[in-house]
Design a protein around this ligand. Sequence first.
Ligand code: NDP
Length: 248
Amino acid sequence: MFDYQPKTNELRDKVILVTGAGDGIGKVAAKTYASLGATVILLGRTTSKLETTYDEIIADQGPEPAIVPLDLKGATLSHYQQMNATIEQEFGHLDGLLHNASLLGHLRPFSQIPLDEWQEVMQVNVTAEFMMTQALLPTLQKAEKASIIFTSSGVGRKGRAHWGSYAVSKFATEGMMQVLADEFENSSMRFNCINPGATRTDMRASAYPGEDPKTLKTPEQIMPLYCYLMSDASAETTGQSLDAQPKR
Ligand code: NDP
């Protein structure tokens, strides 16, 4: 799926929520989905960044997006339930959910991970995904074919020294996707993971400060898989963990 080419307006009439839509891969995914006709719901913690994404979508003549400023660190189940009620009221259904926002935390030996950092990474990367998915299931079930995409990582498939809480959170994300895919095997919803691979963003730069970013794929270059999994072309694909780019 590295070279999937969506048709013009392939996502027309779809309503898609993207977390972490103000920066990095999430921003480009939201803009890409809008360019294919989707109405996107932009969720993130920095309102000014979400507004920039909004403005760029409007400038590109995409459908008017919605903005949901929310810090996943502090959000509770009732925030997500309220969000579900608002989406149901505004749109009636939700066709796509891209769980993209994540925290890297600090890379350090396991023995030195502070408990509060561990808990923050788990809260944002795992518990928020659990609460949001659970709360949004009713509106996702109202869509004809809903696609729920989680974002994993190479270290979510094979552990690596010093990647502690982040790596463990990505294993949990893979597990959550598998549980959901199995539980809803005979439903209209599908659940998959994307491993973006090394991509030119702030998160990658903070993990590899000495690396030349120009050697990395841009978020735009890894969009084919993001489009494939969000479009009806992948309607039969569920329970998979797929790479967005070939191994380097
Ligand atoms: P960035 O750090 O560039 O962007 C992350 C986004 O998530 C930002 O918009 C950020 O908001 C948002 N976010 C972080 N914490 C919260 C929070 N508490 N509440 C709400 N939003 C939050 O990351 P990438 O684009 O690189 O990563 C996107 C996904 O891809 C992540 O899940 C990451 O783990 C995964 N990934 C990335 C790889 C890479 O090489 N880039 C490789 C493998 C996986 P704000 O801008 O306001 O801080």
